[in-house]
Ligand binder design. Sequence first.
Ligand SMILES: [Zn+2]
Length: 106
Amino acid sequence: MPNKSTCTNRNCPPVGEPPPDHEQVPWAPATSQDRFERAPHVLAWSCDCQPVTYEKVTAGGLFWVRRTDQLDPADPSSRVIVESPSTGLEEEVSALWKRLIEGTAR
Ligand SMILES: [Zn+2]
């Protein structure tokens, strides 16, 4: 895995402390795997060189961002998955996605 300082992936969100006035996303425990008959379709994903990764997903005409925190890189069972509120508007979640990648939302 590349580390952040050498990573050139354009979908690599910034690390470290977020700006003090950053947008706080109301993350909620992931339930989408249960809510939809088929697993949500992943439209975009962030760089995996970091312990926190984001995925832009869609299912049933809704869009949202799924966030995975890998608490211990060596232990897949230490993953915590949360989701942003869903919306029927793809442009809304695309804008949120952009803010997460830019680091103005967490
Ligand atoms: Zn990266």
